[in-house]
Design a protein around this ligand. Structure first.
Ligand code: PLP
Length: 391
């Protein structure tokens, strides 16, 4: 009997916790910062150290540490010259911050469709979204899977647009021999609690371009000029800085990021290899992917599967799957302010894609076994496909 009908659940143990408890290196550095009294980056050096190390890991000469990923996007968009009245093309299947960061600048998000197989923006989905006011394209490395940057960068170059990488979910990912974070004009990452590296909150802007880095630094530091006088404010800016305590949690994480990605990749491969015969498959990485962070594992249910019932039945089995994004155009406060293009592939993803969360992906082979057992149970039940699962 299924757990949703009162049977015993497939799994009655907890999944690994995310974020995990701090390790020894984090404890040591955190204690040093707390005891040293330099809690802010204006006097401490840990933010600078972390920024340099993280940027280098992602192939960039420059980084600017900020308070969170939403503000990192804001600073990055500002730094590549997006101004009020400009348009920024964003994918429809992503987190709300991709649109709200654009709106924070007084610019307009133009919500474009994604390719149906990988759920990324492509040159073909961006082209119809371009107007004379388009200033930038935001490529989102969704779930840790790099967007097809070659074709997006080529299109942007041809049209004179900036490319912003939203790598909030893609720490350590790689594409055609290079790390994400240095594949466009500027990139951003988030360190919010759910992400692959986290300090509870936090973000960073990375770029190979010194002028873009200076502009991002300035807008995050109240319009100051790097190296200039403390009370000289050359531009309008805000205080968007990260704290030293956040950097103390993040700096040691760089040493274990790759091992954690490997662990999730192993989970993804084992599960993907075992789904034959079930009406579900792993959303595949596009060509050119060297490394997927596996921040989430996106699963596509077959068209006739009743997703809301499956989500409820899986939760009852102790194997939570997330219903995922509804699509940016379905969020009223965004839709009221954005240009929303037809997005059939986004709509289909909203109706048929579910996610396994990062903590589940950290569970190892036992976790794979439980996910598979629950999927088998739930998806072979007639209610999964008969349409009688109820709303
Ligand atoms: C998490 C996330 C953000 C925003 O980061 P915060 O640190 O939560 O502000 C932006 N874009 C994507 C794709 C995200 O997943």
């Amino acid at each position: 009997m299924l757990a949703i009908d009162g049977g015993a659940p497939v799994r009655n143990r907890d999944w690994p916790r995310w974020p995990p408890a701090a390790d020894d290196a984090q404890h040591a550095l955190l204690r040093e910062v707390v005891d040293g009294g330099d809690w802010g980056s204006t006097s401490g050096r840990r933010c600078d150290e972390f920024t340099s190390a993280f940027a280098a890991r992602h192939g960039c000469a420059h980084g600017v540490a900020v308070a969170n990923g939403t503000l990192a996007l804001f600073a990055a968009l500002h730094a590549v010259g997006v101004r009020p009245g400009d348009e920024v093309v964003v994918p429809g299947y992503t987190f709300v911050a991709c649109a709200s960061s654009v709106l924070l600048l007084g610019a307009t998000p133009v919500i474009a469709d994604v390719d149906p197989d990988h759920l990324h923006l492509t040159a073909a989905t961006v082209e119809p979204a371009l107007t004379a006011r388009t200033r930038a394209v935001m490529a989102v490395h969704l779930a840790g899977s790099p967007a097809p940057m070659d074709e997006l960068a080529a299109l942007a170059r041809r049209k004179g647009l900036a490319v912003v990488e939203d790598a909030a979910q893609a720490h350590g990912a790689g594409y055609r021999g290079r790390p994400v974070g240095c594949l466009g004009d500027v990139a951003t990452f988030s360190f919010q609690s759910s992400k692959a590296m986290t300090a509870g909150e936090g973000g960073i802007v990375t770029t190979a371009d010194g002028a873009v880095a200076d502009a991002a630094w300035s807008v995050c530091n109240l319009g100051r000029v790097r190296g200039g006088a403390w009370y000289h404010h050359a531009e309008l800016g805000w205080n968007l800085r990260m704290t030293e305590l956040q950097a103390a949690l993040l700096l040691p994480w760089l040493d274990r990021l790759d091992a954690e990605i490997d662990r999730r990749e192993d989970f993804a491969r084992r599960l993907s290899d075992s789904l034959a015969g079930l009406p579900v498959r792993v959303v595949a990485d596009p060509a050119g992917t060297d490394r997927d962070t596996r921040h989430l594992l996106m699963l596509r249910l077959d068209e006739d599967v009743h997703k809301p019932w499956v989500v409820r039945a899986m939760a009852a089995e102790g194997v939570p799957v997330d219903a995922g994004y509804p699509g940016l155009g379905r969020l009223t406060p965004v839709a009221e302010r954005a240009v929303v293009l037809p997005t059939p592939a986004v709509d289909r993803a909203g109706a048929s894609v579910v996610w396994l969360r990062q903590n589940v992906l950290m569970a190892g082979p036992d976790g794979v076994r439980d996910v598979l057992a629950a999927l088998e149970r739930v998806l072979t039940d007639p209610r999964a496909t008969s349409g009688t699962g109820g709303a």
